[in-house]
Design a protein around this ligand. Structure first.
Ligand code: NAP
Length: 278
């Protein structure tokens, strides 16, 4: 692959805020490859044309982000079984024969971000509380189950969405009412926020941490800001925390490997390049 110019990118709407070009172009330079990763602002009604165009343009593939993750799946020739269970893709690989393969690496990114922070982390170490039941929650919950989680307390403002996820993914998921979110933290080993509460421009997550064991790991899918009010409150009371940047960086690794042939590493220089964009 070293002598071929390889093109990839991310389709989204809007997409200008995406950090993916910083990540992939950093790796292209780091590994001395010939290629480029661009931003493709694709309106929702144009997603089919855009995906069909990948083949014609000779791209190695692309990422898809909001709002295309569900609709893009339907346009693939082959969908990875894990992405099929998630009901969404975030990565497309175009084979040399022109077939479109769909993957979802968000769950891989999430689990890997926990392992990077705590190499001995085990999903079965104790009960887990997941806040939220949207796209990020689906990826997080499924990957936690695949890692061997025994008990997941799923808590969402709209209870029916949490219930639907529990019905789909099985008995290890116990739905708890949003009003009981603070009580549901006692005796857990991991707390995950997958709601958008605490994200830049949103109110902070309304939750009391008094019952959370100090041994619990606290993670947030949000990466803007890097330290959400939840993570700050958890850190100040002595809990170990993991922000959403690791999930973002790690989900990019298998995609880069598929397109460029190298499994890239997350180095301090890459983290620095990303931090410079905030
Ligand atoms: P989504 O599908 O729109 O889900 C949003 C979730 O937030 C839903 O569970 C929703 O609850 C909840 N929510 C919204 N407003 C709320 C409020 N006022 N009070 C309580 N809950 C509220 O979004 P998503 O794609 O899952 O993304 C969620 C977050 O994860 C975003 O901040 C996103 O940036 C982050 N994320 C990060 C990565 C990464 O790589 N680090 C990847 C994906 C997503 P209802 O069901 O009640 O509306």
């Amino acid at each position: 692959m070293a002598n071929t110019f390889v093109m990839a990118g991310v389709m989204g709407w809007p997409v200008a805020h995406s950090r993916s070009p910083v990540i992939h172009n950093h790796w292209i330079r780091q590994y001395g490859l010939q290629g480029a990763y661009g931003l493709f602002p694709v309106q929702p009604e144009r997603i089919e044309d855009a995906i069909r165009g990948l083949r014609a343009l000779g791209l190695a593939g692309c990422n898809v982000t909001i709002p295309h993750k569900v609709n893009a799946l339907k346009l693939m020739d082959v969908v990875d079984p894990l992405a099929l269970r998630m009901g969404a893709i975030n990565t497309i690989v175009v084979t040399p024969e022109g077939a479109l393969l769909g993957y979802n690496n968000d769950g891989f990114g999430y689990i890997q971000s926990l392992r990077d922070a705590k190499p001995d982390w085990q999903a079965a170490a104790g009960p887990i509380t997941v806040l939220g039941a949207g796209g990020a929650a689906r990826a997080v919950v499924l990957s936690l189950l695949d890692e061997g989680a025994k008990e997941i307390r799923l808590i969402n403002r709209t209870r029916a969405k949490a219930q639907a996820l529990a019905d789909e993914f099985g008995a290890a998921i116990q739905v708890v009412d949003w009003s009981e979110r603070s009580e549901a933290l006692s005796d857990i080993a991991l707390l995950v926020n997958t709601t958008d509460q605490g994200m830049h421009g949103q109110p902070e997550l309304d939750i009391q941490l008094d019952r959370l064991p100090q041994s619990a790991l606290v993670s947030d899918a949000i990466y803007i800001p890097l330290e959400t009010p939840l993570l700050r409150a958890a850190r100040l009371r002595g809990n170990e925390t993991v922000n959403g940047l690791g999930m973002l960086l790690n989900q990019a690794r298998p995609a880069f490997k598929a397109w460029f042939g190298v499994m890239p590493e997350i180095t301090p220089a890459l983290r620095q390049a990303i931090m410079a964009t905030f």
